[in-house]
Design a protein around this ligand. Structure first.
Ligand SMILES: Nc1nc2c(c(=O)[nH]1)N[C@@H](CN(C=O)c1ccc(C(=O)N[C@@H](CCC(=O)O)C(=O)O)cc1)CN2
Ligand SMILES: NCC(=O)N[C@@H]1O[C@H](COP(=O)([O-])[O-])[C@@H](O)[C@H]1O
Length: 208
């Protein structure tokens, strides 16, 4: 029995290479998902241009346009809800979701981070790993919660840190592995379903 593809809303703040990987994967009907909207917290970013080239609706909600962070959070929740997503994916989205957004999408909102959480949370994961001197780092896909990069982990991928790495070279290497991880995990979530059991996340619909 054919089921309709999972509806994805993707949130971005920059280049959108992770978004592009999802757009490319969704072109295959067997992937089981489609990007129904792309949202951002800022204008004039390549991530929005990628969505427009793909014919995907976009929206921008800047915190500074709202009287409070809470009203921005509420507007984000209502705008995303209008696209009726099955799953919200933030890929380079540089804003923390608040209580209104999490009330609507908590448990079906994932984020990809360019470090092996719980190490190096925040906005500079690749730089922090390089500065610390780790020999391996990578990327993490997790279910977003009210903390900062503290949610239950669904997938991780590992890359080596080279002696001559700069932040840029390391982050580019991470992003290559990250895009594969993201496409694989989102596809499985879309086709197989998933369930959250404490701090564990498992593919497959809930047993009961
Ligand atoms: N409630 C949550 N929302 C989001 C999370 C999360 O873990 N919990 N992850 C982020 C993505 N991210 C790391 O992977 C991340 C993004 C932004 C920040 C942050 O400190 N943002 C500040 C400053 C923003 C700015 O300077 O533009 C903020 O939002 O005020 C930390 C981690 C996605 N959402
Ligand atoms: N803490 C959030 C964070 O640092 N996110 C990171 O931003 C990059 C966006 O790249 P992209 O715009 O090319 O997809 C990705 O590496 C993602 O993990």
């Amino acid at each position: 029995m054919s089921t309709s593809p999972a509806r994805l809303v993707v949130l971005v703040s920059g280049a959108g290479t992770n978004l592009q990987a999802l757009l490319d994967a969704c072109a295959d009907p067997s992937y089981g998902a489609r990007v129904v909207a792309v949202g951002a917290d800022r204008d004039d970013i390549e991530g929005l241009a990628r969505a427009e080239r793909a014919g995907v609706p976009t929206f921008v909600k800047k915190v500074g346009q709202f009287s409070s962070r809470e009203s921005w959070d509420r507007a984000m929740a209502e705008t995303v809800a209008g696209f009726e997503p099955d799953l919200v994916v933030s890929a380079g989205f540089m804003k923390l979701a608040g209580e209104h957004f999490l009330a609507r999408f908590g448990g079906r909102y994932v984020n990809t981070h360019p470090a092996l959480l719980p190490s190096f949370p925040g906005m500079h994961g690749a730089a922090d790993a390089l500065d610390y001197g780790v020999r391996v780092t990578g990327a993490t896909l997790f279910i977003v919660d009210a903390g900062v990069d503290t949610g239950p982990i669904l997938a991780q991928t590992v890359v080596a840190v080279e002696d001559d790495d700069t932040v840029e070279s390391l982050h580019e290497r991470i992003k290559g592995a990250e895009r594969e991880m993201l496409v694989d995990a989102v596809g499985r979530m879309s086709r197989e379903g998933f369930r959250i059991e404490g701090r564990k996340v498992r593919y497959g619909a809930p047993v009961h």
